[in-house]
Design a protein around this ligand. Structure first.
Ligand SMILES: Nc1ncnc2c1ncn2[C@@H]1O[C@H](COP(=O)(O)OP(=O)(O)O)[C@@H](O)[C@H]1O
Ligand SMILES: [Mg+2]
Length: 208
């Protein structure tokens, strides 16, 4: 039987990594086999692309189009070589960011043309979509304050407040238009309460 593909979305410091571990424990307690991954990355080639995307360098500035195409290059590699085969083998896959991050960051944050993004998505993913997307909702300021405690900031984390407000708006707009596949949970609650909301959504929406 095919596994479930569940993606976790939200701004920096929303609690994605924290909640992926909680969700993994829950699914494993139900006897399911679970793989946790992150985007961009999680294959050797995709991790190399991640390093290119994240690093802040003074000798060259990455243009928005290169950023978009590298995101999709990493996603193509991950979906085709890992996600699809492992779902077929029956593993559930919990993914830290996926295609909705491109809509939020490159579409919302960078204000790139959504028709262009949609055209590239059609090439890379065709009709492949997550079974469920969990959007952990925290005000950008709260998330950034949490993320700053982690140490050095990457090329996205150094963006200004307006950028993160646009990311947040794009996330909410998408969630409002796709209530059947996106579960919005209140990320300002305690770790335990957020986890309970996520598990409730999984129980209601997926046959686990
Ligand atoms: N519900 C929560 N309430 C308060 N702090 C949290 C909560 N969830 C996570 N954190 C803390 O916030 C920081 C960022 O969480 P993390 O899971 O790494 O977020 P993300 O992966 O979305 O960037 C971590 O220090 C984590 O312990
Ligand atoms: Mg994280």
């Amino acid at each position: 039987m095919k596994g479930f593909f569940i993606t976790f979305e939200g701004g920096e410091g929303a609690g994605k990594s924290t909640q992926i571990e909680k969700t993994k424990s829950y699914l494993e307690s139900k006897g399911r086999k679970v793989i946790t991954i992150r985007e961009p990355g999680s294959t050797p080639i995709a991790e190399d692309i991640r390093n290119l995307l994240k690093s802040v360098r003074s000798d060259d500035r990455m243009c928005d189009t290169a950023e978009l195409l590298l995101m999709y290059a990493a996603r193509a590699q991950l979906v085709n070589t890992l996600i699809k085969p492992k779902l077929e083998e029956g593993f559930d896959i919990l993914c830290d960011r996926h295609d909705l991050s491109t809509i939020a960051y490159q579409g919302g944050g960078r204000m790139m043309n959504m028709e262009d993004i949609n055209a590239i998505r059609n090439v890379v993913l065709k009709s492949f979509r997550p079974d469920l997307t969990v959007l952990i909702d925290v005000p950008p300021k709260v998330g950034m304050a949490r993320a700053r405690n982690r140490g050095e900031l990457d090329r996205f984390e150094i963006s200004n407040a307006d950028f993160f407000e646009r990311v947040d708006k794009a996330y909410h707009d998408y969630a409002k238009n796709h209530p059947e596949t996106v579960a919005v949970v209140d990320g300002t609650l305690s770790v335990q309460e957020v986890s309970e909301q996520i598990i409730k959504n999984i129980q209601e929406r997926l046959d686990v």
